[in-house]
Design a protein around this ligand. Structure first.
Ligand SMILES: [Zn+2]
Length: 411
């Protein structure tokens, strides 16, 4: 009896069962009557369509998990990891290249199995509800680009971590942590200029009322930034959003072209004011510090399980290695990660209320903020009545009706 195996199987099956329960509760929580707040934004037919969309996505998610969970378990029990390890070792390379081949094969396998599911989600479900604008070419190019990116960044990170754990002994986890913080910061800085343009085009926002109102508001709030950009999100989907990237003076605002199409200037500025609120209220830096701390925690716990015989036996491995330890540790860490995510989401929901309040009190047009929130949830067919357990476990934003209620309480 291998206790690691029992633990890992319990986690895999347990989280599958939990997900199915939560998703079914979430569907059961759908109300047939349109919430009064949304009168005029939804007609009965469109509201029903939004619920149909949720149901279809939910069942598709459950089916996906029903395929992947047994597949993962079978791969573990049938010694799949050992088979891949033997293949990787057969090249007779050093431990770092061997580790890269081992992780690379596993990652590629899982990515390939995921393709039909992601194609179905994009070309069948999203298409049916009128969201999809992705062409087959964009779909394939996105996959290839993300693989390339994963190979470059993931490969570098994996090699660095392996190297520290193999060469530096007891304090390796501390070095890994330091290296990871530097890489994370570096990626945050280069993402808007190097990584994001691989997938989308960014245009400076044209002169006009929108640009001057945004700049006027930012100036009044003494908010420094690099510029306002429009992103060609419409090449993939009609869904809309806005976000900030970068730090300090390099901050840039990005608006989806799909968002600009559908909102008034006041609504757009309210959305941006909300995003600025996240910086002003130090939410960005807080989240970053928390992520740095949890990364450190993860490396420390990881260091306790390197080359653990019991763990390797659970995965039917004939020989131990640091690179395989890193992967297997992921299975042990999953429950800790889930608990951390719950706390992270709790904090994030509080931040959302605070950013809404910031936008409403500084731009002083709470009605525009409320209208923007409503339009966003109608355009994206968001669930207006999620189950509280679903919100507790996985919502980084409060349910829309609660955000509106909080905004109304401010005025
Ligand atoms: Zn927010």
């Amino acid at each position: 009896m291998n206790y690691y195996l029992v633990f890992i199987l319990t986690i895999l099956i347990g989280s599958y069962v939990l997900e199915v329960i939560v998703e079914i509760l979430n569907i059961k929580n759908l109300k047939t009557d349109l919430p009064g707040e949304f009168a005029g934004y939804y007609d009965a037919e469109k509201y029903q369509k939004s619920q149909q969309y949720l149901k279809e996505n939910t069942w598709f998610g459950i089916i996906t998990e029903t395929v992947f969970t047994p597949l993962t378990i079978a791969f573990i029990l049938l010694g799949g990891f050992n088979y891949v390890d033997r293949l990787a070792r057969s090249f007779n390379l050093g431990s770092i290249p061997t580790g890269l081949i081992f992780a690379g094969i596993l990652l590629l396998l899982s990515q390939i199995i995921h393709i039909p599911f992601s194609a179905y989600a994009t070309f069948v479900i999203e298409e049916k509800y009128g969201f999809n604008r992705t062409t087959v070419k964009t779909f394939i190019m996105d996959i290839l680009k993300s693989w390339l990116l994963m190979a470059v960044i993931g490969g570098a990170v994996f090699s660095i971590v392996l190297w520290f754990f193999e060469k530096t002994g007891t304090w390796a986890w501390l070095y890994c942590w330091g290296a990871m913080v530097i890489i994370q910061l570096f990626l945050t800085f280069i993402a808007p200029v190097v990584i994001m343009p691989i997938f989308n085009k960014f245009y400076p926002l044209e002169e006009g009322e929108l640009k001057s109102t945004i700049e006027g508001y930012a100036r009044a709030q003494k908010f420094k930034m690099k510029g306002v950009f429009k992103m060609d999100a419409s090449k993939r989907s009609t869904k809309s959003n806005a976000f900030f990237t970068g730090f300090g003076k390099f901050r840039r605002i990005v608006l989806f072209d799909t968002l600009i199409e559908k909102h008034t200037v006041d609504e757009l500025v309210s959305v941006l004011a909300h995003e600025m609120g996240h910086y002003r209220k130090k939410h960005i830096i807080t989240s970053m510090l928390i992520s740095i701390l949890t990364t450190g925690l993860m490396f420390f716990i990881l260091s306790l399980f390197l080359n653990n015989q019991g763990l390797f036996a659970a995965f039917k491995m004939k020989s131990t290695s640091i690179y395989a330890s890193l992967l297997f540790f992921g299975f042990l860490y999953a429950p800790i990660e889930m608990v951390l995510a719950i706390f992270g989401n709790m904090l994030s929901r509080r931040h959302e209320y605070a950013a809404d309040a910031y936008a409403a009190t500084t731009y002083r047009k709470p009605e525009a903020m409320i209208a923007a929130l409503k339009k966003l949830s109608v355009d994206n067919l968001s669930n207006l009545t999620p189950h509280p357990l679903k919100v507790f476990l996985s919502y980084g934003h409060p349910p829309i009706l609660e955000r509106i209620k909080a905004l109304r309480n401010l005025c």
